[in-house]
Design a protein around this ligand. Structure first.
Ligand code: PLP
Length: 388
């Protein structure tokens, strides 16, 4: 067992040895630029295209050319949203400038909305219920003649709720509106399929599925034209810049491993999750499990502990060698101000006691047992300190 217990896989996940091994040649002797005509360039090009095929299989694309490599999940989201909106605006001579998203999207999507607003792009935020679920019919009601895009995440990073993506995609298709889903947290954890769902754009990120940080991908259904964020000829004019060959190779291998091991991995993480949740709920009074009744990621548990500060709990757990979080890593330390828990109807005082535990590749039975000892003990200690 490692000297620490890592239960924060939704923040980032360790790189699998097979991924690292596959990358190494492209950080050493195979350093070619995929656009070069000579042999080193050809080898790099072949590696990138093989990775594109592997990514296409994981996301259920019809063809590898529907995959655009990006630098991260955030870039994939921004390219999907701004890329579609700017193109729709251009083609409609400025009239199609409305889009729809949910109130529990990742921070990057909310930030894009804030930036686009003064540029004349209007956004409708869909509400969620107490389980963090979007009602697909609210999408239908929010559509307008000038709506160009709907973007709703598949899995939420804080509470793990899985949205009715197929249903939303069907509504968008019927109404001639493009649909993007952020599958950053679900890719590699549950089956995803752009084609089967009927989505037009889908984001993933390397470091959430045991590939390195600094690589992501966007599925763009054939025929969709995006206004690029970075100009250049690479990635068929959709994302300029010399390809990150080694990381693309790593992402490809991670996707392949995820495809082949998905069923077993999902079953194992679900068993862990259920045992962990049952154990914590039984041994810690005053605990609420967020989104407990919703379809949910098999690896994610978000507990709200009454009379406990989530940030203090994360520190107490860290001192015991257990890494978890009180919210998304990108806004760590914000405690009770989670926009996701707020949208689900939790008061800031309740949301303040949030602890997110997210398991993943490499976690063992013994680690689960340790978590079941350490979490209740730390909660009890913090509550005692408050009472004293
Ligand atoms: N979307 C979701 C749902 C996420 O959880 C994250 C990261 O936490 C992102 C997007 C951004 O991904 P990246 O860290 O690769 O930019």
């Amino acid at each position: 067992m490692a000297s620490f217990l890592y239960l924060d896989h939704n923040a980032t996940a360790p790189i699998r040895p097979e991924v690292r091994e596959a990358m190494l040649p492209y950080l050493a002797e195979q350093f070619g630029n995929p656009s070069s005509v000579h042999r080193l360039g050809q080898r790099a090009r072949a590696a990138v295209e093989a990775a594109r095929e592997q990514v296409a299989r994981l996301v259920g694309a019809a063809e590898p050319q529907e995959i655009v490599f990006t630098s991260c999940g955030s870039e994939s989201d921004v390219l999907a949203i701004e890329g579609v909106l700017y193109e729709a605006w251009r083609r409609s001579s400025g009239t199609r400038r409305h889009w729809i998203t949910s109130s529990i999207e990742h921070e990057v999507v909310l930030e894009v909305a804030r930036l686009l607003n003064p540029r004349g792009f209007e956004v409708t935020f869909l509400p969620v219920d107490g389980q963090g679920l979007v009602d697909a019919q609210t999408v239908r009601k929010a559509l307008r003649p000038e709506t160009a895009l709907v973007s709703v995440m598949h899995a939420n990073n804080e509470v793990g709720t899985l949205q009715p993506i197929r249903e939303i995609a069907a509504i968008c298709r019927q109404n001639g509106v493009l649909f993007h889903t952020d599958a950053v947290q679900s890719a590699g954890k549950v089956p995803i399929s752009a084609q089967a769902w009927g989505v037009d754009l889908l984001s993933i990120s390397g470091h959430k599925l045991n590939a390195p940080k600094g690589i992501g991908a966007l599925y763009v259904r054939r025929g969709i034209v995006l206004s690029p964020l970075v100009c250049g000829k690479q990635e068929k004019n959709r994302r300029g810049g010399t390809e990150n060959v080694a990381s693309a190779v790593g992402l490809g291998v991670a996707c392949e491993l995820a495809v082949s091991g998905l069923t077993a991995h999902a079953a194992r993480t679900l068993e862990f999750r259920n045992r962990l949740e049952q154990g914590v709920l039984e041994s810690v009074p005053g605990t609420l499990l967020c989104a407990g009744a919703a379809p949910r990621l098999p690896n994610t548990s978000c507990f709200l502990f009454e009379s406990v500060d989530g940030n203090a709990l994360v520190i107490a757990l860290d001192l015991e060698g257990l890494c978890a979080s009180s919210g998304p890593a990108c806004s760590a330390g914000v405690g009770g101000s989670s926009h996701v828990l707020k949208a689900m109807g939790f008061a800031p005082s309740a949301a303040k006691g949030a602890l997110r535990i997210s398991t993943g590749w490499g976690n063992t039975e013994q680690e689960l047992e340790k978590a079941l000892e350490v979490v209740p003990a730390c909660v009890a200690r913090l509550r005692e300190a408050v009472r004293a």
